[in-house]
Design a protein around this ligand. Structure first.
Ligand code: ZN
Length: 77
């Protein structure tokens, strides 16, 4: 009967050690977040070569411009 108690104590210590060891946090580094900049399509102004988002470009007959002012200057001036 005494041997059974010793065996249970040893098993309990092993179980405690294994469960405690499994709770350690993983050593793998967190995944890198994808860069949020650069996902927007950019376009260059045909007049001043300024790069602006494609959604803000003003489309003219000779190209796209950063503003209506540069469209007028490039195509009417
Ligand atoms: Zn411009």
């Amino acid at each position: 009967m005494k041997n059974l108690v010793i065996l249970l104590v040893i098993l309990g210590v092993i179980w405690y050690w294994r469960s405690h060891k499994a709770k350690r946090p993983p050593t793998a580094p967190p995944p890198e977040a994808p860069p949020k900049t650069g996902s927007v399509a950019m376009g260059a102004c045909a007049y001043c070569t300024l790069h602006v988002p494609a959604s803000e470009l003003v489309q003219g007959q000779r190209g796209a411009y950063c503003s209506a002012e540069h469209l007028r200057l490039a195509e009417n001036g």
